[in-house]
Design a protein around this ligand. Structure first.
Ligand code: IVH
Length: 686
């Protein structure tokens, strides 16, 4: 080999390795700048010595001229489709057919996510990617080699397997898809250019793969998972599908980590449920799972019927969208008085349940989607989330369709409804005199993370309000067992339990009390941060009084408003304004006084301990081994440190356990050092 040829081979190998580490293993090995430097060196080398340019060179991912049309490709082995099943019974029948066909008692399957993208065929000759095609009708697809080359997760040449060198010819099959983040980015760009938006990631992926100019495809963040081998020559196939997948991984293909070997229909079903639970958090769309017979010899025995194999089946998730008639729109009043438009629908089966109500969120949404009563609407119910109206089928709008109007008075109490300028929410201004707000506020007040009063359920609270025993939160503390026992469905014992729970809850914590007050946008984390920062209720109230003065002051720039509250992590101008207004309201001050007079108390703030963590702020995330997060927080505070609920550039350390999520990502982005429990112990011990 000449020196330039040697260097080119070396560069290609380094770039391929870096690409594989970055895109397939998600474990970058080279800084971007170094990758770019090597890439440019290879480009220059190849332009000086064009004979060194190979089809599998990383410089060839984007290149080549635009096509006039795609050439047809006849698949050497037809690309079959899958039969579907939608229920446990149908899954049982599939398994029975497989067992009977093979004469087995139980069957081992490989369970895989069913990716919602496009099937592709990838041909490698002597280890080099030479042709890629769409599925088409299963017999003939289209040649989209140049477009597929632009997908960074697709290996341009096979990494040589240790035990399994590259076969003479091998066809790898997989799914090209668009991760949701990429889809959102594409749509944001399309919106900015005033172009039409893509309906879903699958359509966007299909559109991206069918670009005649590969440069356009290169700009789309497409991804790939490999899941099968098709045609082969000069290859000794392993005995099981699971081994095939391991080999694909060895050759450098991305193979989903979610794939599992399972036993019998029970194993399949457990996998299905697990994927259903994971679905929303995957970052890409799946529309079900696929079960495949693991034993490859058994597959030949079973064969196929009408273009679908007998040895595999897709178990589809229930459709998440359906269309139905919008019969009416009513307004629900929440605990902070917010009026939420709720769609009353002609019942429809969607997302695995019958749905007759769906949220329309707020009036801005109603107007944006131009939803009218009498319209045919698209309803979406994904997983455990509240069903929502996604949009209108305009073609089916009847002439009598009626606009949705925001009521002028509260539908529950008749109070005045206000929509403050710049706010999306319309609110009933009647506060706790509005039954709906009182009920909501009480439910929140007694909830587990607030005052944690067991036994005071939704129905009991409603009864207490209706008979006038409870008109404000503080009234809970004057309930006696006799009054309670006289109510519907209450025995003496449960009445006593409620009274005892109410009594016990008086011994509380500042942050819990603050959260229980139900100030808009003040969740548990913000309440904890506020409690930690101010120490006492008086100090917090005084700060809100001083900050309130900056609100109407023209001399103070908007970004300098609420200076005291905004020292607290994650408290921005909106939360600060809510806090100031809440504590400025006389009736809220009265309600708080009544609660404290009823005997609610909490321990005074501890003087900050001094110790090895003095002056340090830590954030805790994930599950720590053998210790709860509260215990870890106490350990940090006992050693002089502060614990905060949210990461910022001021955070000194992130203490991360198992399954740490967005906080870990944020810490890495901000360069905040990440430690585990052992790391914390080391800090404490110096
Ligand atoms: S196996 C004969 N595995 O589903 C085997 N297909 O309905 C056929 N798909 O055209 C393919 N995820 O586009 C297989 N893990 C997976 C899959 C999968 C998605 C798609 C593929 C295929 C369609 C069949």
């Amino acid at each position: 080999m000449t020196a330039p040829a040697k260097r080119a081979a070396e560069l290609r190998q380094q770039l391929d390795e870096a690409n594989h580490r970055y895109y397939v293993l998600d474990d970058p090995s080279l800084p971007d700048a170094e990758y770019d430097r090597l890439f440019r060196e290879l480009q220059e080398l190849e332009s000086r010595h064009p004979e060194l340019r190979t089809a599998d060179s990383p410089t060839q991912r984007v290149g080549g001229a635009a096509l006039k049309e795609f050439a047809p490709v006849t698949h050497r082995q037809p690309m079959q489709s899958l039969n579907n099943c939608f229920s446990e019974e149908e899954l049982g029948e599939f398994d029975r057919r497989v067992r009977e066909g093979l004469g087995l008692e139980t069957v081992e399957y490989v369970a895989e996510p069913k990716l919602d993208g496009l099937a592709v065929s990838l041909i490698y000759e002597d280890g080099v990617f030479v042709q890629g095609a769409t599925r088409g009708d299963g017999e003939t697809g289209e040649d989209i080699t140049a477009n597929l080359r632009t997908i960074r997760r697709l290996p341009l040449s096979l990494r040589q397997g240790k035990k399994h060198p590259a076969p003479k010819i091998i066809e790898v099959r997989g799914e090209v898809y668009l991760p949701r983040a990429g889809f959102d980015r594409m749509n944001a760009e399309a919106a900015a250019k005033g172009e039409k938006l893509y309906v879903n990631p699958r359509n966007a992926a299909a559109g991206s793969l069918r670009q005649l100019d590969p440069k356009n495809t290169a700009a789309r963040p497409l991804a790939l998972y490999a899941y099968a081998v098709g045609f082969q020559q000069g290859w000794t196939q392993p005995k099981t599908h699971h081994e095939v997948l391991a080999l694909l991984r060895e050759w450098g293909f991305p193979v989903s980590d979610l794939i599992q070997v399972v036993q019998g229909p029970a194993g399949c079903l457990a996998y299905y449920r697990d994927m259903q639970a994971k679905r929303a958090g995957l970052g890409f769309d799946i529309d079900g799972v696929v079960y495949k017979l693991n034993d490859l010899a058994g597959r030949d025995e079973l064969g196929s019927v009408s273009r679908a194999p007998r040895w595999a089946i897709a178990h589809k998730f229930p459709a998440e969208e359906a269309v139905t008639l919008l019969e009416n729109v009513e307004f629900q009043v929440g605990r902070t008085g917010t009026l939420t438009p709720v769609a009353r629908l002609k019942p429809v089966f969607v997302g695995g349940a019958n749905v007759s109500n769906a949220t329309l969120h707020n009036m801005d949404e109603v107007e944006r989607k131009d939803v009218r009563i009498g319209d045919t609407v698209i309803v979406r119910r994904a997983g455990d989330v509240i069903p929502e109206v996604k949009g209108v089928v305009l073609e089916r709008r009847p002439h009598h369709a009626r606009k949705v109007e925001l009521p002028l008075t509260c539908p529950v109490c008749g109070g005045h409804v206000e929509r403050a300028e710049g706010e999306v929410a319309a609110r009933c201004t009647n506060g706790l005199s509005c039954r709906a707000q009182l009920h909501g506020a009480l439910q929140h007040y007694v909830s587990r993370k607030a005052m944690d009063i067991e036994g005071l359920g939704e129905k009991l609270l409603a009864q207490l309000i209706d008979i006038g025993l409870v008109r404000a939160p503080a009234d809970i503390y004057s309930l006696d067992a006799e009054q309670l026992a006289a109510l519907e469905r209450m025995g003496e014992k449960s009445a006593e339990n409620v009274v005892a729970a109410v009594e016990k809850s008086k011994d509380s914590r500042f942050d819990r009390f603050l959260y229980a007050l139900g100030i808009p946008d003040v969740g548990e984390t913000t309440a904890r941060d506020l409690a930690r920062h101010f120490g006492t209720l008086d100090a917090l109230i005084e700060a809100t009084q001083r900050d309130l003065l900056t609100e109407g002051d023209e001399a103070v720039k908007p970004k300098d408003r609420y200076p005291e509250l905004r020292k607290v992590p994650d408290v921005g101008p909106i939360v600060a304004a809510h806090l100031c207004h809440f504590f400025a309201e006389p009736r809220n001050r009265k309600a708080i006084k009544a609660l404290l007079d009823a005997g609610i108390h909490w321990p005074p703030p501890k003087a900050a301990a001094s110790g090895p963590l003095s002056g340090k702020t830590l954030v805790i995330t994930g599950t720590l081994p053998g210790i709860s997060r509260d215990e870890a927080g106490a350990l940090i505070e006992a050693n002089g440190g502060k614990v905060s609920g949210s990461i910022s550039a001021k955070t000194d350390y992130l203490l991360a356990g198992e399954a740490a999520g967005s906080k870990l990502a944020k810490a890495e982005k901000l360069g905040v050092p990440v430690i585990d429990l052992a790391g914390l112990r080391a800090l404490i011990e110096g």
